[in-house]
Design a protein around this ligand. Sequence first.
Ligand SMILES: [Zn+2]
Length: 279
Amino acid sequence: MLTGWWPCILAGLFGAVVGSFLNVVIYRLPERRSLVFPPSHCFSCGERLGFVDLIPVLSYLLLRGRCRFCGHRFSARYALVEAGSAALAGAAVYYYGLTPYALGVFGAGAALIVAIFIDLDHMIIPDQVPLILIGIGIAFDLYRLLTYGREKALPFAEKLGGEDYVAYLPVSVVGALVGGGLFLVIGWVFERVMSRPALGLGDVKLAAGIGALLGPGYQFLAFFLLAMVSGAAISVLLILLRIRRRDQYIPFGPMLALAAIGMLLWPDVLAPWVLHFYR
Ligand SMILES: [Zn+2]
Protein backbone atom coordinates (compact mmCIF):
# COMPACT_ATOMS: atom_id res chain seq x y z
CA MET A 1 0.00 0.00 0.00
CA LEU A 2 1.09 3.55 -0.73
CA THR A 3 1.22 5.60 2.46
CA GLY A 4 2.41 8.98 3.66
CA TRP A 5 3.79 11.27 0.99
CA TRP A 6 4.33 8.54 -1.61
CA PRO A 7 1.01 8.97 -3.48
CA CYS A 8 1.66 12.73 -3.80
CA ILE A 9 5.26 12.24 -4.95
CA LEU A 10 4.29 9.63 -7.56
CA ALA A 11 1.39 11.83 -8.72
CA GLY A 12 3.86 14.72 -9.00
CA LEU A 13 6.17 12.63 -11.24
CA PHE A 14 3.17 11.65 -13.39
CA GLY A 15 2.15 15.34 -13.53
CA ALA A 16 5.65 16.36 -14.66
CA VAL A 17 5.56 13.86 -17.55
CA VAL A 18 2.08 15.10 -18.56
CA GLY A 19 3.47 18.67 -18.28
CA SER A 20 6.09 17.79 -20.88
CA PHE A 21 3.25 16.82 -23.24
CA LEU A 22 1.30 20.00 -22.31
CA ASN A 23 4.28 22.01 -23.65
CA VAL A 24 3.87 20.25 -26.99
CA VAL A 25 0.11 20.98 -26.94
CA ILE A 26 0.69 24.67 -26.08
CA TYR A 27 3.18 25.00 -28.92
CA ARG A 28 1.45 22.95 -31.65
CA LEU A 29 -2.33 23.19 -31.02
CA PRO A 30 -2.74 26.85 -32.18
CA GLU A 31 -0.83 25.96 -35.38
CA ARG A 32 -3.15 22.99 -35.95
CA ARG A 33 -0.14 20.65 -36.13
CA SER A 34 -0.12 17.00 -35.06
CA LEU A 35 0.50 16.53 -31.34
CA VAL A 36 2.46 13.28 -31.84
CA PHE A 37 4.37 13.68 -35.14
CA PRO A 38 7.10 14.69 -35.64
CA PRO A 39 8.74 13.83 -32.28
CA SER A 40 10.20 16.74 -30.25
CA HIS A 41 13.21 18.41 -31.83
CA CYS A 42 15.33 21.53 -31.27
CA PHE A 43 13.77 24.62 -32.94
CA SER A 44 17.22 25.91 -33.81
CA CYS A 45 19.25 22.97 -35.19
CA GLY A 46 16.37 20.54 -35.83
CA GLU A 47 18.15 17.73 -33.96
CA ARG A 48 15.70 15.20 -32.57
CA LEU A 49 15.56 15.37 -28.76
CA GLY A 50 16.17 12.08 -26.95
CA PHE A 51 15.15 10.70 -23.59
CA VAL A 52 17.84 12.65 -21.65
CA ASP A 53 16.67 15.96 -23.15
CA LEU A 54 13.04 15.35 -22.28
CA ILE A 55 13.19 14.43 -18.57
CA PRO A 56 10.82 17.06 -17.13
CA VAL A 57 12.43 19.98 -15.22
CA LEU A 58 15.58 17.91 -14.45
CA SER A 59 17.03 17.97 -17.97
CA TYR A 60 16.33 21.70 -18.14
CA LEU A 61 18.37 22.22 -14.96
CA LEU A 62 21.16 19.75 -15.92
CA LEU A 63 21.60 21.19 -19.43
CA ARG A 64 21.11 24.73 -18.01
CA GLY A 65 18.25 25.36 -20.45
CA ARG A 66 20.35 24.76 -23.55
CA CYS A 67 20.16 22.39 -26.53
CA ARG A 68 22.71 19.56 -26.08
CA PHE A 69 23.63 19.73 -29.78
CA CYS A 70 23.78 23.42 -30.75
CA GLY A 71 23.65 25.29 -27.41
CA HIS A 72 20.42 27.13 -28.35
CA ARG A 73 18.70 28.54 -25.26
CA PHE A 74 15.21 27.19 -24.45
CA SER A 75 12.66 29.35 -22.63
CA ALA A 76 12.39 28.67 -18.87
CA ARG A 77 8.65 28.40 -19.51
CA TYR A 78 8.98 24.74 -20.53
CA ALA A 79 10.30 23.87 -17.08
CA LEU A 80 7.67 26.13 -15.46
CA VAL A 81 4.79 24.32 -17.21
CA GLU A 82 6.25 20.92 -16.18
CA ALA A 83 6.72 22.06 -12.56
CA GLY A 84 3.21 23.57 -12.49
CA SER A 85 1.65 20.38 -13.84
CA ALA A 86 3.62 18.33 -11.28
CA ALA A 87 2.43 20.59 -8.42
CA LEU A 88 -1.16 20.35 -9.68
CA ALA A 89 -1.12 16.53 -9.74
CA GLY A 90 0.56 16.34 -6.32
CA ALA A 91 -1.95 18.80 -4.81
CA ALA A 92 -4.97 17.01 -6.37
CA VAL A 93 -3.87 13.70 -4.75
CA TYR A 94 -2.97 15.46 -1.46
CA TYR A 95 -6.48 16.97 -1.13
CA TYR A 96 -8.65 14.28 -2.74
CA GLY A 97 -6.56 11.08 -2.41
CA LEU A 98 -6.11 8.51 -5.17
CA THR A 99 -9.70 8.96 -6.38
CA PRO A 100 -11.41 9.47 -9.76
CA TYR A 101 -12.25 12.99 -8.52
CA ALA A 102 -8.53 13.81 -8.09
CA LEU A 103 -7.90 12.60 -11.65
CA GLY A 104 -10.74 14.84 -12.91
CA VAL A 105 -9.33 17.85 -11.04
CA PHE A 106 -5.87 17.19 -12.52
CA GLY A 107 -7.30 16.77 -16.06
CA ALA A 108 -9.27 20.03 -15.78
CA GLY A 109 -6.26 21.86 -14.30
CA ALA A 110 -4.01 20.58 -17.12
CA ALA A 111 -6.48 21.87 -19.75
CA LEU A 112 -6.57 25.23 -17.90
CA ILE A 113 -2.72 25.43 -17.92
CA VAL A 114 -2.85 24.97 -21.72
CA ALA A 115 -5.47 27.77 -21.94
CA ILE A 116 -3.28 30.14 -19.85
CA PHE A 117 -0.26 29.93 -22.15
CA ILE A 118 -2.06 29.76 -25.51
CA ASP A 119 -4.10 32.85 -24.48
CA LEU A 120 -0.88 34.70 -23.47
CA ASP A 121 0.81 33.79 -26.79
CA HIS A 122 -2.04 34.06 -29.30
CA MET A 123 -4.95 35.84 -27.51
CA ILE A 124 -7.18 32.85 -28.25
CA ILE A 125 -8.47 29.92 -26.23
CA PRO A 126 -8.87 26.77 -28.35
CA ASP A 127 -12.37 25.23 -28.24
CA GLN A 128 -10.84 21.93 -27.09
CA VAL A 129 -10.27 23.43 -23.60
CA PRO A 130 -13.92 24.26 -22.74
CA LEU A 131 -15.02 20.99 -24.38
CA ILE A 132 -12.67 18.99 -22.12
CA LEU A 133 -13.87 20.96 -19.05
CA ILE A 134 -17.54 20.30 -19.89
CA GLY A 135 -16.72 16.59 -20.43
CA ILE A 136 -15.06 16.40 -16.99
CA GLY A 137 -18.02 18.34 -15.48
CA ILE A 138 -20.43 15.73 -16.87
CA ALA A 139 -18.16 12.96 -15.52
CA PHE A 140 -18.29 14.64 -12.06
CA ASP A 141 -22.12 14.59 -12.32
CA LEU A 142 -22.11 10.85 -13.08
CA TYR A 143 -19.63 10.28 -10.22
CA ARG A 144 -21.93 12.17 -7.78
CA LEU A 145 -24.98 10.31 -9.11
CA LEU A 146 -23.33 6.92 -8.55
CA THR A 147 -21.90 7.90 -5.14
CA TYR A 148 -24.71 9.97 -3.54
CA GLY A 149 -27.74 9.40 -5.77
CA ARG A 150 -29.82 12.16 -7.36
CA GLU A 151 -29.93 14.23 -4.13
CA LYS A 152 -26.65 15.93 -5.18
CA ALA A 153 -28.25 17.12 -8.45
CA LEU A 154 -30.03 20.50 -8.71
CA PRO A 155 -33.63 20.18 -7.50
CA PHE A 156 -36.29 22.34 -9.14
CA ALA A 157 -39.61 22.03 -7.28
CA GLU A 158 -43.02 22.77 -8.79
CA LYS A 159 -46.56 22.46 -7.43
CA LEU A 160 -48.89 21.30 -10.19
CA GLY A 161 -52.55 20.50 -9.52
CA GLY A 162 -51.85 20.30 -5.80
CA GLU A 163 -49.07 17.75 -6.28
CA ASP A 164 -45.34 18.36 -5.66
CA TYR A 165 -43.01 17.60 -8.54
CA VAL A 166 -39.22 17.89 -8.33
CA ALA A 167 -37.03 17.87 -11.43
CA TYR A 168 -33.37 16.98 -10.75
CA LEU A 169 -31.13 18.89 -13.15
CA PRO A 170 -27.47 18.07 -13.90
CA VAL A 171 -25.08 20.49 -12.12
CA SER A 172 -22.68 20.48 -15.09
CA VAL A 173 -25.18 21.49 -17.79
CA VAL A 174 -26.88 24.21 -15.69
CA GLY A 175 -23.45 25.45 -14.52
CA ALA A 176 -22.20 25.70 -18.12
CA LEU A 177 -25.31 27.65 -19.22
CA VAL A 178 -25.18 30.02 -16.23
CA GLY A 179 -21.40 30.56 -16.51
CA GLY A 180 -21.37 31.11 -20.27
CA GLY A 181 -24.57 33.20 -20.17
CA LEU A 182 -23.26 35.46 -17.39
CA PHE A 183 -20.03 36.22 -19.28
CA LEU A 184 -21.94 36.77 -22.53
CA VAL A 185 -24.13 39.40 -20.82
CA ILE A 186 -21.17 41.07 -19.04
CA GLY A 187 -19.19 41.20 -22.29
CA TRP A 188 -22.16 42.70 -24.13
CA VAL A 189 -22.76 45.38 -21.44
CA PHE A 190 -19.04 46.29 -21.26
CA GLU A 191 -18.85 46.62 -25.02
CA ARG A 192 -21.82 49.03 -24.99
CA VAL A 193 -20.43 51.09 -22.08
CA MET A 194 -16.72 51.16 -23.04
CA SER A 195 -17.44 51.04 -26.80
CA ARG A 196 -14.65 48.48 -27.29
CA PRO A 197 -14.59 44.69 -26.96
CA ALA A 198 -13.92 43.61 -23.36
CA LEU A 199 -14.40 39.85 -23.29
CA GLY A 200 -13.74 37.58 -26.24
CA LEU A 201 -15.99 34.70 -27.20
CA GLY A 202 -13.12 32.46 -26.03
CA ASP A 203 -13.54 33.84 -22.48
CA VAL A 204 -17.31 33.15 -22.66
CA LYS A 205 -16.71 29.52 -23.70
CA LEU A 206 -14.03 29.10 -21.02
CA ALA A 207 -16.48 30.45 -18.39
CA ALA A 208 -19.05 27.89 -19.60
CA GLY A 209 -16.47 25.11 -19.13
CA ILE A 210 -15.58 26.34 -15.64
CA GLY A 211 -19.31 26.63 -14.81
CA ALA A 212 -19.71 22.96 -15.77
CA LEU A 213 -17.00 22.05 -13.22
CA LEU A 214 -18.03 24.33 -10.34
CA GLY A 215 -21.83 24.37 -10.83
CA PRO A 216 -24.03 27.50 -10.76
CA GLY A 217 -23.77 28.15 -7.00
CA TYR A 218 -21.42 29.81 -4.52
CA GLN A 219 -18.28 28.08 -5.87
CA PHE A 220 -18.89 29.78 -9.22
CA LEU A 221 -19.69 33.12 -7.53
CA ALA A 222 -16.45 32.92 -5.53
CA PHE A 223 -14.49 32.00 -8.69
CA PHE A 224 -16.10 34.91 -10.54
CA LEU A 225 -15.29 37.50 -7.84
CA LEU A 226 -11.74 36.14 -7.44
CA ALA A 227 -11.08 36.33 -11.20
CA MET A 228 -12.63 39.83 -11.53
CA VAL A 229 -10.79 41.39 -8.57
CA SER A 230 -7.40 39.81 -9.31
CA GLY A 231 -7.80 40.51 -13.05
CA ALA A 232 -8.52 44.20 -12.36
CA ALA A 233 -5.62 44.41 -9.86
CA ILE A 234 -3.14 42.82 -12.28
CA SER A 235 -4.32 45.02 -15.18
CA VAL A 236 -3.81 48.19 -13.09
CA LEU A 237 -0.38 46.91 -11.98
CA LEU A 238 0.71 46.15 -15.58
CA ILE A 239 -0.39 49.65 -16.68
CA LEU A 240 1.30 51.37 -13.69
CA LEU A 241 4.54 49.44 -14.32
CA ARG A 242 4.21 50.46 -18.01
CA ILE A 243 4.37 46.83 -19.14
CA ARG A 244 1.07 47.42 -20.96
CA ARG A 245 -0.53 50.62 -22.22
CA ARG A 246 -4.08 51.59 -21.26
CA ASP A 247 -5.41 50.93 -24.75
CA GLN A 248 -3.69 47.54 -25.06
CA TYR A 249 -5.75 44.41 -24.68
CA ILE A 250 -4.82 42.34 -21.63
CA PRO A 251 -5.95 38.69 -21.97
CA PHE A 252 -8.43 37.75 -19.26
CA GLY A 253 -8.30 33.97 -19.89
CA PRO A 254 -5.23 33.38 -17.66
CA MET A 255 -6.98 35.02 -14.66
CA LEU A 256 -10.12 32.92 -15.25
CA ALA A 257 -7.99 29.76 -15.51
CA LEU A 258 -5.93 30.51 -12.37
CA ALA A 259 -9.02 31.36 -10.30
CA ALA A 260 -10.68 28.14 -11.52
CA ILE A 261 -7.62 26.01 -10.60
CA GLY A 262 -7.66 27.64 -7.15
CA MET A 263 -11.37 26.88 -6.68
CA LEU A 264 -10.91 23.25 -7.83
CA LEU A 265 -8.08 22.66 -5.33
CA TRP A 266 -9.18 24.76 -2.32
CA PRO A 267 -12.97 25.33 -2.50
CA ASP A 268 -13.33 25.09 1.30
CA VAL A 269 -10.64 27.73 1.89
CA LEU A 270 -11.10 30.14 -1.04
CA ALA A 271 -14.90 30.28 -1.31
CA PRO A 272 -15.61 31.37 2.31
CA TRP A 273 -12.61 33.75 2.23
CA VAL A 274 -13.76 35.47 -0.97
CA LEU A 275 -17.45 35.52 -0.08
CA HIS A 276 -17.06 36.99 3.43
CA PHE A 277 -16.08 40.32 1.82
CA TYR A 278 -19.52 40.46 0.17
CA ARG A 279 -21.78 39.65 3.09
ZN1 LIG B 1 19.74 22.57 -31.15
